[in-house]
Design a protein around this ligand. Structure first.
Ligand SMILES: *Cc1c(COP(=O)(O)O)cnc(C)c1O
Length: 382
């Protein structure tokens, strides 16, 4: 058996067709395709506004930055997440406060969240880990009481519905990632979704050098304006912004990917069902998440075993890729000083989890091969 990849983006002729259109126009940078993708994505998620950026990391950074929080204030976030969730806090001169996760689904533990709250907290970032929704209903209500800004880091979930409401509409600001491994991709890319007009305008400005107008609007104004003598070349630098914008090339891929998102999530559910049925009877290998497939958008197929490292080595000999999502952030050098004592579940569960190959185009033959390898590993202990 050939090496089986962990992730693989699904791209095809629809994406190529859109890329060709952009090439034909010879307008690759910030332009009308970005606006088109933003509008379509906003409609898909169900927020008033969207800002396309060049990564999920940039999306997180701007979601915090647009609030002008005082430096040194604290942001609550789960101890197990991708590194960028916490980096965005440090970028803004804020301090991460790590919250324990639930053993059952690796999302932020609401009980511990309440315990970790202090008056100097300004925001809470929830992560839909592996695509499993965090308990947004409880957290939203509580965050409102405490006047905390609520951010959904939805990089690992796109298109899912939680308790009747789309993921990405539960919070003040939601961020998505279109990095090549995520649910949909633009190569690299990200999106910020929100309903607040003022913050939307600020984020838009921050994503393009802090200017008061985007370059496509300026271009249009230079020829399309009724007033021939409008100073189309003029712009004002209002904020210390970044070069974080999405471009037309990325957006053209995104528009094609968005059309396929429901079928991607459908395929992901089917694959998960096959995996879950296949490993149902195993004693030493269990699913990490309580996979609830209806209306889901899972990004990871993860299992949980006391023999994690042995399993990883074994699967390596079978040409099956694996990974650990993720080593707890407070165990990393940069975040050690933010470690706190009550991260009990975090410190136990991370040693047991391993992610297995999972992407929409994973063939049944390969899934069955992986299941058989898991079975023979499990059998060794019987
Ligand atoms: C992938 C990911 C990000 C970062 O997205 P990029 O597009 O790679 O910058 C942020 N948060 C989580 C939870 C992620 O999985």
């Amino acid at each position: 058996m050939q090496k089986i990849r962990l992730f693989k983006p699904s791209v095809g002729k629809e994406e190529l067709k859109n890329i060709k259109k952009v090439f034909k126009k010879s307008w690759l940078g910030y332009g009308p395709m970005v606006t088109k993708f933003e509008k379509k994505f906003a409609k898909f998620i169900g927020t008033k506004y969207c800002v396309g950026v060049n990564s999920g990391t940039a999306a997180l950074h701007l979601s915090l930055l647009c609030n002008d929080f005082k430096r040194g204030k604290k942001v609550l976030l789960p101890a197990i997440t991708f590194s960028a969730t916490a980096a965005s806090v440090l970028y803004c001169g804020l301090q991460p406060k790590f919250v324990d996760i639930k053993k059952e689904d690796l999302t932020i533990d609401f009980q511990d969240l309440k315990k970790k709250y202090s008056k100097d907290c300004v925001a809470v970032i929830c992560v839909h880990m592996g695509g499993h929704p965090a308990e947004m209903d409880k957290i939203k209500k509580w965050a409102k009481e405490k006047k905390l800004l609520l951010i959904e880091d939805s990089a690992e979930s796109c298109g899912a519905i939680y308790k009747g409401k789309k993921i990405g509409t539960w919070s003040d600001i939601a961020t998505f990632s279109f990095e090549e491994k995520k649910i949909i991709t633009t190569g690299d890319g990200g999106m910020i979704c929100l309903n607040d007009k003022k913050k939307y305008e600020k984020i838009k400005s921050l994503s393009f050098h802090g200017w008061n107008i985007d370059p496509w609007k300026r271009h249009v104004r230079s020829f399309g304006s009724k007033n021939k003598f409008s100073k189309h070349w003029n712009y004002e630098i209002q904020n210390l912004g970044y070069k974080y914008n999405m471009n037309d090339l990325m957006a053209s891929i995104g528009v094609a990917q968005l059309k396929k998102i429901n079928s991607f999530n459908f395929k992901r559910r089917k694959i998960l069902k096959r995996y879950l049925d296949g490993i149902k009877k195993l004693k030493y290998i269990k699913p990490t998440y309580p996979y609830e497939l209806k209306n889901s958008s899972y990004w990871l197929f993860s299992v949980n075993t006391n023999y994690r490292d042995e399993l990883i080595d074994y699967l390596k000999t079978k040409n099956i890729s694996t990974a650990v999502h993720f080593v707890p952030l407070p165990l990393n050098k940069l975040y050690k000083k933010y470690k706190n004592k009550s991260l009990k579940n975090t410190m136990v569960i991370w040693k047991k989890i391993v992610s297995l190959p999972f992407f929409p185009d994973l063939e049944n033959k390969k899934i069955d091969y992986i299941i058989n390898c898991l079975k023979s590993f499990d059998n060794k202990f019987n």
